[in-house]
Ligand binder design. Sequence first.
Ligand code: HEM
Length: 448
Amino acid sequence: MTDTTDSTDTTESTDSTDTTEAADSTNTTDAAAGTSRAPSRRSLIGWGGAGLALGAAAAGGAAAMTRTGDDVEPTAAESGAAVAFHGVHQAGISTPVQDRLHFAAFDVKTEDRAEFVQLLKDWTAAARRMTAGHTVGEGAYGGLAEAPPDDTGEALGLKPSRLTLTVGFGPSLFERFGLADRRPEALVDLPQFAGDNLDKNRSGGDLCVQACADDPQIAVHAIRNLARIGFGKVVIRWSQLGFGKTSSTTPEAQTPRNLMGFKDGTRNIAGTESGRLKKFVWVDEKDGPGWMAGGSYLVARRIRMNIETWDRTSLQEQEDIFGRDKGEGAPVGKAKERDKPFLKAMKPDAHVRLAHPDSNHGATLLRRGYSFTDGTDGLGRLDAGLFFLAYQRDVREGFIPVQRSLATDALNEYIQHVGSAIFAIPPGVRDKDDWWGRALFSKDSKEA
Ligand code: HEM
């Protein structure tokens, strides 16, 4: 899976970026998106159990409510901003990176397998509608006055904003529901890395949902509504808002900058590189287990930056630390951002030199992180940094070796990893009858 040739320091690094490959047909056009209904208000009353028997009784007689903006399919121009939900792979990995993130990790509270499976089906139905720009269930108003509406309403009137929802299963989920023998070998517990200072309240989780959109309100609305549907069965363990994507999957676009002011994501895997996606990102059928074929593995790390110290560091040192210049983003000794890095020209502890595939037996990640600022730390410093998200076919040949190599990274003086989680990302939802995790939970399925 990873390249075995290690050409570190012997020659100019190899550049395996192949922009000539055909686009990866990840997410097919989805005429059905938005047609199936998320759980109705009646079932929400049941979940909430909040003494709304009156509403439950009346629901049977109520006509399905539609409302302005939700009673018609989006026009072509509007739906242009929707990313197809159905596909071989989940959207939100190799699809173009949006500007905003709301990421949530959940803990499972129910011990009832059938109830949890129903939740995954309900989440899928809601996700199908929200990504197409529709409200959840029967909408945000116009229904029973005695019951809470199905949708919380804050996305009314907003466009789909390229919303993608990507679900993942954490190692601890496999301790439940008789799933122990289904845990993928590649879903390892991440080892302790040098310099880790992890907060358990910002780490782990049985499940995750990554919501990305160009409008933060759309991403927040999506997580909020999924959490609401999950009331009584799952609870949010931690969540992270992100802005200013720090990596791109569309190389022709301008490379975004991280909070240290450097272009980030120059040498990422592009969504059009089907060969590299197949090699480094998508789980192959022969990798096993069968239910993960077409899926991926996600490592999430909340990396705090010592912004104030960084801002007092000389430009020369900043550039030495990354091994690229700040203006153009060119590797040391080169003129242009896209020029092949010559690793030997960089300091031995430069970030790019240590993270480069040639220094790690070919290990290659698809990075999809976001910047964050979460107020201050009480000591007059911003609680800011990079919410690092990396997708790969096998973390044992992806994140783990690269992060180990970064033990001597000069950047470590300015950053600290404070949160960590790993998730198995199942394959995409194929059609309107499919749901997140179907193959995992279908004991008799050949795919499972
Ligand atoms: C706050 C922490 C970090 C910052 C600010 C940062 C920033 C950067 C920058 C500016 C680049 C050069 C541009 C590019 O090719 O994308 C880069 C490259 C890279 N980084 Fe990071 N990074 C951080 C953490 C990490 C971590 C934790 C990993 C993985 C364990 C990682 C893996 C990589 C890789 C694989 C490359 C591309 C190397 C190449 O192929 O030339 N980075 N990073």
